[in-house]
Design a protein around this ligand. Structure first.
Ligand SMILES: Cc1ncc(COP(=O)(O)O)c(C=O)c1O
Length: 402
């Protein structure tokens, strides 16, 4: 039995392999440089081009690029009319921003528990949580695996709810043959550096509903319009504009957008590499006891952002803390996605029961995120598997010695 690095043994890797990282190439740099040398740093042609490029990839009629994914979720809630007294149903295992967007609007969050295999929110939970106050559902494509959009869509239609898809993880994927971005009422994307396409910071909202698109664009730009067709008062001249809502400055810059378009052109390659890595991991981990990976029935149509592995820590006689620390000591820069949102102190202070979503809690107890990004080589992926084998093997040996 090889001694674990955490116990003073030799680590699998000398240099740490991070869990996510952007891949920026010379043409990406050239695209940004061209914008920096141009007349427009913001609100210019590069942003318009990025919005067009995203419309092509997502199949949505309208796309508004914004400053980040959190802003995309916020303006989507505003566009959907979410306000004080409303309720928003959100997946329990997600980044806090998926729920915060409802709180920004003064609404209450109802956390829906997750499916034990796909780790996406369960439609029957959504149905259970609907009340007359419910306004929207924020459904997250966890790790990139599309949530059950068909069933959630039909629950939303039945109750007159707006479906917001948090697709921060799933850009480029297909759901039942349709691109992510063409199904929900509003679909939100993030272009944070660990995501499949990086802008540094960046986000976008895709919709095919002209009225929602109008409202998204309005809220993302101070609530101000220069479109005379929307004016309430007489147009007094070429300088005239009107503020119709209390909006925000959530504009994307042309610098971000140029990087976004350049990266987006590589999405098929990025998606393919991520699929290869996921397939390799799945094959290796399917033979390994005590670990479980995310269920995805259509891996060839999915673009994965995260690869989370669930360790049966009770059966292994260990803790997630030990597994995490041991893998880090082996040079694998693992992470954890995510803490159940209702257990974060801000939400706990609002009175959420820490036991409200048992599956989310069970998932969290064993979840560890492994590296998955396009800079990874085959040898990097083998190192990850070797480190997991080593740690699981040591835990098993420890149990057998008991
Ligand atoms: C599921 C999810 N939603 C929303 C966001 C927010 O995106 P951003 O970091 O671009 O604001 C993230 C980012 O990590 C995310 O993972």
């Amino acid at each position: 039995m090889e001694k674990l690095a955490i116990d003073g043994g030799r680590p699998v890797r000398a240099n740490v392999l991070g869990y996510g990282r952007q891949l920026i190439e010379d043409d990406d740099v050239a695209a940004v440089e061209a914008v920096l040398r141009s007349d427009w740093l913001t609100c210019g042609p590069a942003t318009e081009a990025f919005e067009r490029d995203l419309a092509t990839v997502t199949g949505a009629r309208f796309v508004t690029a914004v400053s980040n994914g959190t802003a995309a979720l916020h303006v989507s809630c505003l566009a959907a009319g979410v306000g004080p007294g409303d309720e928003v149903i959100v997946s329990a295992i997600t980044f806090a921003a998926s729920a915060n967007c409802a709180r920004y609007c003064g609404a209450d969050v109802r956390f829906a528990d997750i499916d034990p295999e796909t780790w996406n929110l369960r439609p029957d939970e959504v149905r259970r949580l609907v009340t007359p106050r419910t306004k929207t559902v924020v459904a997250v494509d966890f790790g990139g695996v599309p949530t059950n959009l068909a069933e959630i869509r039909s629950i939303c239609d039945e109750h007159g709810l707006v479906l917001i898809e948090d697709a921060a993880h799933s850009l480029g994927g297909l759901y039942r043959g349709r691109p992510i971005g063409s199904i929900a009422d509003l679909t939100c994307f993030s272009f944070h550096p660990v995501k499949t396409v990086a802008c540094g910071e960046g986000g976008a909202v895709a919709t095919s509903d002209p009225e929602l698109a109008r409202r998204v664009a309005l809220f993302a730009k101070h609530g101000i319009t220069h479109d005379s067709a929307q004016f309430v008062e007489p147009d007094v001249g070429g300088w005239h504009y009107e503020q119709l809502e209390l909006g925000y400055n959530y504009r994307m810059t042309d610098i971000q957008a140029a990087l976004g378009s350049s990266q987006l052109a590589k999405l098929p390659r990025f998606a393919g590499r991520r699929r290869e890595l996921v397939a390799f991991y799945n094959e290796r981990f399917s033979e390994m006891p005590y670990v479980r990976f995310q269920r995805d029935d259509h891996p060839d149509a999915t673009v994965r952002h995260l690869y989370c592995l669930w360790f049966d820590t009770a059966a292994l006689g260990t803790t997630r803390r030990f597994v995490y620390d041991a893998l880090r000591a082996e040079g694998i820069g693992v992470n954890v996605h995510y803490l159940p949102v209702y257990r974060l102190p801000y939400y706990a202070d609002l009175g959420y029961d820490p036991a409200c979503c048992p599956e989310a809690n069970r998932y969290y107890e064993g979840a560890v995120t492994l590296p998955l990004h396009c800079r990874m080589s085959g040898d990097d992926a083998k190192d990850v598997v070797r480190a997991v084998e080593k740690v699981v093997g040591a835990c098993r040996a420890g149990r057998e010695a008991l």
